[in-house]
Every structure is written in structure tokens, then in C-alpha cells.
Write a protein that binds this ligand. Sequence first.
Ligand code: AMP
Ligand code: MG
Length: 535
Amino acid sequence: MNAEEKIALLDTLHFDNRFVRELPADPESDKHPRQVLGACYSRVQPAHVARPQCVAYSKDMAARLDLPPYVCESDYFTRIFSGNRLAAGMEPYATCYGGHQFGQWAGQLGDGRVINLGEVINRKGERWTLQLKGAGPTPYSRRADGLAVLRSSVREFLCSEAMHHLGIPTTRALSLILTGEKVLRDMFYDGNPQNEPGAIVCRVSPSFTRFGSFEIFSARGDLDLLRKLVDYTIRTDFPHLGEPSPEVYSAWFHEVCLSTAALVVHWQRVGFVHGVMNTDNMSILGLTIDYGPYGWLENYDPAWTPNTTDAAGRRYRFGNQPQIAFWNLAQLANAIYPLLEQVEPLQQGLALYRDSFALGWQAMMADKLGLARFNPATDDDLVSELLTLLHLAEMDMILFYRKLAQIDAASANKLNDEALLAPLLEACYTELRENLKIRLVKWLKSYLERIRQDETPAEVRRDKMNAVNPKYVLRNYLAQLATDQAEQGDFSMIENLLELLRRPYDEQPEQEKFAVKRPDWARHRPGCSMLSCSS
Ligand code: AMP
Ligand code: MG
């Protein structure tokens, strides 16, 4: 196939740009920062970049968009997904939204460095919005530059695809492109700005609408626009609920509460800490969205957050995520209240969140431990003692559950305490005190006793546990190493991680080096355990 034909393929993607067609546009067309009133979006062109270079693309996401590899490997693809050229049917725009940041209403935020390209309908009839993150200023850029750097783009690109393969609802990533330009960033806001390579990720999702997309119109008292966006969202993304009405608004809110609960259960299952659960970073579809200073628990610690910007209050620490999601849903409830003028359905939604999270969390913990079902009478204590011990023992959460799955309840009887504990100790970051070892053995014995009650065959239990306890996650230091190498022009580690993380639950013996404890050097290294919102 020649270059002309490759071009033709990208230009034959079927765009159906419903968002811009059906919702009110900003009448002004320049991109100077300003309050945009009475509109859901502003039309804006991506900035031209100097020397775009494709670092990586996701074959899985490309296939979902019906794009074969030879198209993604063409120069034309790089030009389009760097923002240097528009394919036929693209109508670029940035959306207006607001949000509560760290518990405070922050007013208008909006797509400050995201430019949407349009909505592709694939051969299966699925609707996918494409957007470029880091494609230059928009009316929502406030005082910032609209750009993104390589380190944060590598993290977003790899983690969105990794989350998808973990079975966790998420926005996706199609491509990661270097712009060939430098971007100035003060990584820790400490007066040490550095020039970093600029990059652009093409993100993909059925919808990028956030809780904050509704909050902004409600806060401004623009109920007409609020209703338009809610009705649009229901018709486009929740069509099974039927034509919008007060009853349908309630049903919609209930569904958002349920999908948010399911999402947070997933995060707690794999030890994912989002890091900035502001309401502008909460997807109306219950997807993980906006990968910023997120991190993965290594030594289990409910108080941990990777986000240094949140170090003082630790609002977004791992153990607080369920409460924060609830708080965010309450802000959404406040925002849509004027459409319902009834408090009860909204309160019911919040109660639904609370109950379904609690039940979902119990079922998830039962799965992680290989129990047939969660029995509060015995398992409340079993789980709470385990979580205390994981914390005290500085246990690597990912390694622990995989090693636990290996222990066979039948033959464990024949082992002395030391032999019983040995495999689990390999997952610890510290030397354990004797009393902690005794407590762990005691827990392990009660766990094995509990397992025997279920009479689940050992291999069945192990396979069930391994299906929910990943072996491979994007450990914080791995993304940093991949970035370090990419900054030197070597993209192979990004490629390797992308491939590795497509099968996170499978044993991949040749990749064992990626399933080990965080090395000591990474414990306090910036980018590995400490991240800020600077990206
Ligand atoms: P975040 O904390 O990444 O969710 O971003 C919060 C808000 O700041 C959003 O409205 C972003 O679009 C905006 N923002 C973050 N970084 C930049 C940047 N470099 N340029 C313009 N806007 C930005
Ligand atoms: Mg955001």
C-alpha cells in the first residue's frame, strides 16, 4: 500500500460529532483565557509542533478504531495525532467544565490542555471521542501553557492501557507522540524549573464528561444549559434509561452512583491511588480518568498518597478513596438537584453508593482471598487483621496475594511455622520483629482453616485468586525507568511494558524481573514515590 492509500484510510474514519452538533458553542473563536458563558465548548485548533515523532501506539486501541498497524506506523498518523493536521471529519474543540479541587469550589476549569478531535463511529457502531492532551492553549488554559511533558504522558499512555487490561473501567490511549519541542516545568514547585521534552497523548473514551461538567452550569445558575447537557448525556451515553424526565434523572444518578462504587472497588482491589480525585477528574461513566500523580501501593499503607501537592492533608490517600467518591457524588447530586427538585432520589442514590460499595468491597476481598463468599461472622475479623498486618509488616500488596495463592491449605499442615511463613516474608520491605511474625503465622493458620471450610480444590482456589490479584502492575519506578530511557531516545521499555501489561494476571516467566519488590533506590526518588500535579 502506498502513502496515498494510507492517508485515504485515516480520512475515511467515520466521524459523527454529536457533541458539537447538539450542544451550544462559544461564539468567540480566539483562545485567550477567559470565562466562557452559555456554552459547553469552544472551537479551537491544536497548536503546530516542530518535529513530531511517534513513541508508541496501542495496537489494541487502534484495532478498536479499525486502524491497522501500517496506518499507525505512517507519518500521516504522526502528523494527525500530534495535531499538525486534521483528518477529514475532525472538528476540534475544548469543553467547559468546573470542579471542586481539594474540597473547594474552583469555578471554571475546562479543557486547558486537551483538544477534542471528534467522535469516531467504528465498524461495530461504537462511539469513541478522540482527544489530544498537550496540544496547546485553549480558552480554558488559565495561566498555564496547554502543554504536557514526556514523563506524565508516558505515565498516562501506559497506565490507561494497563488499567483496561486489568479489567478496570478507564479512558484509553491510542498514541504517544513527542513534539520535538521543550516545555518548562518546575516539577516540585520549588524554584527549579527544567526544560523537558514535550509530548501529546491521544486519549479515547466514549465520553469525557465529568461531574464538574454539570457543576459549572449549576453553579452559574444556568439551568437551561445544565438540562441540555444532562439530557444530551442521557440520550447519548445512557440511552437504555429512556427519554429524559425527572424519573429518568433519578435513575441516571443511581446508575452513576453504582458505576462509581464499582470503580472504586476495583481501585482498592489492585492498590491504585488516583491522587487527584477532584470532581473535574470524576467521569460520568465511572471510568478512571486524568492520570496525573497517581501511584500503586507497594508496601501496603492506607495513608499513602503519591501526590506531594496533597502531602499535608492527604485527602486523596488510598484508604480515603471510597469516602471521597461519596463526597464527589454528593457534589454531583447538589448540581443536578434543580432538575429534580426532590431530595429523596438523590439521597437514595448516595445510599446506593454506600451499600453497593460495602457489598462490592466484601465480595472483592473474598475473591482476593479465594473464599467462596464473604461471611461477615468470620471474615470481618479475618480481613481487618490481615490489612493491619500488611501495613505493619510493610508487605508488598501485589506480591503478597500472589504468594498467598500458592500456599496449599492441605499440605501447609505439615510445615513448621517458619517454613509456612517463608514465602510471604519475601514480599516484606523490612525485617520483621518476632511478635509480628507470630501474629502473621496466627493469621495464616486461621486463614487456612477458613479455606478448608470452603472445600475448594487448591488449584481452583489458586486460579480464582490469580484472576483478581494481578502479578504485573505499572509499578511507579517502572514508568520512571521507561521515561528515563525514552528521554535518551530509547523507546523499547515503553513497548515492553505495554506488551507485558496486556496480560497482567498471567504468569510470564520471561518477565519475572517486572514482578519484584520496588528496588531501594526508588523508595524516595522523585517520579517513583513522589509526584506532583506538575505535568
Ligand atoms: P488536573 O489537575 O490535571 O486535573 O487539571 C486541572 C485543570 O488544570 C484542568 O482544567 C486542566 O485542563 C488544567 N491544566 C492542567 N495543566 C495544564 C496546562 N499545562 N496548561 C493548561 N491547563 C492545564
Ligand atoms: Mg483533570
